[in-house]
Design a protein around this ligand. Structure first.
Ligand code: UD1
Length: 419
């Protein structure tokens, strides 16, 4: 597996363009299964996770052509409603195909995702929602087998906000008989963009952007073209990077209205963030104020930026804390940041961070996407050389990260084929 080698201590300058949002694109790819036809998706990030989802669709029988930032998907001849373990185990988001497959074919066989680096991440809410819509669910050899001649609308109240379960239920409901109401639905931009995509396909959805979605089932949908929204998590990671390394960078093609909590948190640490249309000018001296942060569903501070902001706060002038209310186990970056000199003490789902003057380069690695990026940006600040091993995880969620940071003036390179 490749590794990234970083010589820390360079200020970041210039411009960086944000890619399309991975987490918004994945459910939209699944949604193309709902109606046979040809789709053209633009501003698609060129990432391993997108290629995995493309492979899931190929197994189902769709034709998928992936050009740099475009996906051409033809679901006309998709006829095998199954998502195999080999793919689902590498990316949980493959589970998104359950709702659309069931809605189109009346039958779906989708592997359960199994464990992952963020601790136990069940899919019980997805399954309950599909069941509530009238599907019969069975477990067969690690696969969820769902059957329903016709799904029927109902009221579903989610006990907690779940991006994935909301997306799956929404995609299943658009072709139901009658009306479905989703209460306590997730309102992350990824879900809003999915709902807007479905409406453009011909779905009838009211309440988009609110926690109550009212879906009136339609008999058919049509294939469309669409542009993916910018990645608010990638943009937020760049803000944290500039905060750590110091510098003056304009982040282009972002969607700042999706980033209110992130921008607010960054400003509280003393990072100057100037919003101008789709651009964010980010300036930092590298001297940071401490902060107490708690992750929460949108529009709260995103759990996906918990790790990058922990790297940031590890060098703040005083004591900070970050509580993760979404994933209480999402802390595998703590021990690696500690190897770089950070002082972080875990108390349940809360990390207490005692700011240190500086970080020091070290070989580090992680087993999830966001933890890995936290280590890269810590390396941009650290004295000496940092090696981030197992870059595979970064490649799942960050497009050409070393090229983007190099263009901003960082000394960072990829070494191929090492551990
Ligand atoms: C999505 C994002 C992920 C992000 C997360 C929270 C994608 C591909 N991934 O993941 O990057 O960190 O939202 O913003 O978009 N839960 C259950 N049962 C379920 C489903 C979820 O208990 O059936 C719990 C989870 O364990 C977690 C919480 O609900 O504690 C929220 O998870 P959820 O919003 O579903 O996350 P994902 O959609 O998996």
């Amino acid at each position: 597996m490749d590794k990234l080698v970083i010589e820390g201590g360079k200020r970041l300058q210039g411009e960086v363009v944000v890619s399309g949002s991975k987490n918004a694109t994945l459910p939209i790819i699944a949604a193309t299964l709902l109606a046979p036809g040809r789709y053209h998706l633009a501003n698609v990030p060129n990432l391993v996770d997108i290629r995995t989802m493309a492979n899931v669709l190929r197994v189902i029988g769709a034709q998928v052509e992936h050009r740099a930032h475009e996906l051409l998907i033809d679901t006309e001849h998709a006829n095998f409603p199954e998502a195999p373990y080999e793919l689902v185990k590498t990316m949980r988001a493959s589970f998104y195909v359950l709702g659309p497959l069931l809605a189109r074919f009346g039958h779906a066989r989708v592997s359960l995702p199994g464990g992952c680096a963020l601790g136990p991440r069940p899919v019980n809410l997805h399954i309950k929602a599909i069941e509530a819509l009238g599907a019969k669910i069975a477990l067969d050899g690690g696969y969820i087998v769902a059957e329903a001649k016709k799904l029927v609308g109902t009221k579903i109240v989610f006990p907690i906000s779940s991006v994935g379960a909301t997306g799956n239920a929404l995609m299943a409901a658009v072709l139901c008989d009658g009306e479905t109401i989703l209460e306590n639905a997730a309102i992350e931009p990824d879900i809003t963009s999915l709902a807007e995509f479905l409406v453009r396909m011909g779905a009838n959805i009211e309440g988009i952007g609110t926690t109550t979605l009212r879906i009136r089932g339609v008999s058919s949908l049509k294939a469309i073209d669409a542009e993916m929204i910018p990645d608010r998590i990638e943009a937020g990671s760049f803000i944290a990077a500039v905060g750590l390394a110091g510098g003056d960078v304009t982040i282009k093609n972002a969607q700042p209205e999706h980033m209110q909590a992130t921008i607010h948190a960054a400003r509280q640490t003393g990072i100057d963030v100037e919003v101008s249309g789709k651009n964010l000018r980010v300036r930092s001296s590298g001297k940071l104020e401490p902060l107490h942060l708690t992750t929460a569903p949108y529009p709260g501070f995103p759990t996906d930026l918990q790790a990058p902001f922990m790297a940031l706060l590890s060098v703040a002038d005083g004591n900070s804390s970050i509580t993760d209310t979404i994933y209480p186990d999402r802390f595998n970056h703590v021990s690696e940041l500690t190897r770089m000199g950070a002082k972080i003490h875990l108390q349940g789902n809360c990390a207490l961070i005692e700011g240190v003057d500086d970080l020091h380069g070290a070989p580090v690695m992680s087993t999830d996407i966001r933890a890995s990026v936290a280590l890269v940006i810590a390396g941009l600040r650290a004295k000496g050389q940092t090696e981030v091993l197992r870059v595979y995880h970064l490649d799942r969620g960050y497009e050409k990260i070393e090229e983007k940071f190099s263009a901003m003036g960082a000394t960072i390179r990829r070494e191929e084929g090492t551990l």
